[in-house]
Design a protein around this ligand. Structure first.
Ligand code: UT7
Length: 352
């Protein structure tokens, strides 16, 4: 027979005592930045065998932003998004204690983008953590920042998602099903510790590595004799590869599961949601989820029409735009949900 754990009641007591002093984390500012360069479906028609009709019908996307290599980097787009978030939070950058940076497209192979952002913001010395969970990256990052705040380790944390996907897209006919979807941009949130009973209520993180190769960029991988070779450069393994149908089928199931998980954990029902902000993967996926939860149009925020799928940046860009448009108000119950490469999926409920 298994004996009782030695920490028994003592552990419970410590937990109760700690619970009294546990902080919550609130989002006090959101910001975003997208490259100026607008790429319309008509522009894509000129470089690959596609049509505006196909792209709009299958994805909902009308235009997207692709970076300008002369101007935009993953870290400088993140810096702009963070500055906007800090300004809206009315918080001096020097008050930031920690950075959590979600990206799968860092400027360098290493170090990660977090330290570059930290340098650009003049925050040398504070910790900077990099998260590589693709489309779920922002919610993973939010979850980590939330834990650091709950434990009392940090008070103000920058949570960022920034991506440049357009440089890894196969823009030939062969890669058209993915290259019409993915795009570039950055979004950020300032998280602050609060004693108030609101903020991030919960986060829910999942992954299933069985599907790692259904959406991935294989190279430059480290587990071969040389990272770069003539043969590799001649191939397509540096490009984003996606098994779109498989991703789609899993996405619609996981989105619903993880939203339900968040609602159940907090004792809410779908009617309590004021705004659902799904990762902007494909408008058809968002519409499918909206239908499943029977949510009216005004309770689901989509901007994929203008920005495409910006991976880890999509949720914070959407959150920032929703806030700007007055669609997020004090006291609202906001639900974030994401699905993507890994596969990974995640959700969060936030009392704003
Ligand atoms: O961020 C999370 C990760 N990503 C996603 O969530 C994306 C999930 N998947 C999808 O959104 C969809 O699977 C796609 C938009 C990628 C593809 O849409 P689909 O409705 O699943 O199309 P399909 O791949 O089954 O292709 C249907 C047809 C094919 O032609 P045939 O074989 O029926 O003659 C494709 O060759 O559409 C063709 N096609 C295109 N035609 C014009 C594929 N891409 C294009 C294109 N333009 N860009």
């Amino acid at each position: 027979m298994l004996s009782e754990p030695p920490y028994g009641n003592g552990y419970e007591l410590t937990r109760e005592l700690k619970a009294e002093s546990v902080k919550k984390s609130r989002i006090i500012g959101v910001g975003h930045y997208v490259p100026e360069n607008i790429v319309t479906n008509a522009d894509l028609e000129k470089v690959m065998n596609t049509t505006n009709e196909w792209i709009v019908e299958r994805t909902g996307i009308e235009e997207r932003r692709w970076f300008d290599p002369e101007k935009d980097t993953v870290s400088n787009m993140a810096t702009k998004a963070c500055k906007m978030a800090l300004e809206r939070a009315k918080l001096d950058v020097k008050e930031i204690d920690f950075i959590v940076f979600a990206t799968i497209t860092p400027d360098y192979f290493f170090p990660g983008a977090g330290v570059l952002l930290q340098r650009e913001l003049g925050l040398q010395g504070i910790g900077a953590l990099d998260i590589r969970n693709a489309c779920s990256g922002f919610i993973y990052a939010l979850s980590i920042a939330d834990q650091f705040i709950k434990t009392g380790m940090y008070k103000n944390i920058l949570v960022v998602g920034s991506e440049i996907q357009s440089s890894a897209l196969d823009k030939s006919d062969e890669g058209r099903s993915s290259s019409v979807i993915f795009a570039d941009g950055a979004g950020a949130a300032v998280l602050q510790a609060t004693d108030e009973d609101r903020g991030v209520l919960s986060t829910h993180l999942h992954a299933d590595g069985d599907f790692a190769e259904d959406l991935y960029v294989r190279d430059p991988g480290s587990s071969r004799k040389t990272r770069l070779s003539k043969e590799l450069l001649d191939g397509k393994t540096f490009n984003l590869t996606m098994n779109g149908n498989t991703v789609f089928k899993h996405a619609v199931v996981r989105f619903s599961e993880v939203i339900n998980e968040a609602l159940e954990q907090n004792g809410y029902t779908k009617e309590d949601i004021d705004l659902l902000i799904p990762h902007q993967a494909n408008l058809r996926i968002s519409n499918f989820v909206q239908k499943q939860f029977k949510l009216p149009d005004e309770k689901v925020f989509n901007n994929i029409m203008h920005y495409g799928n910006t991976t880890a940046a999509s949720i914070p860009i959407a959150m920032s735009e929703a806030w700007e448009k007055g669609k997020i108000k004090e006291g609202d119950l906001i639900c974030l949900a994401a699905f993507g490469s890994g596969f990974t999926w995640a959700s969060s409920l936030i009392r704003w």
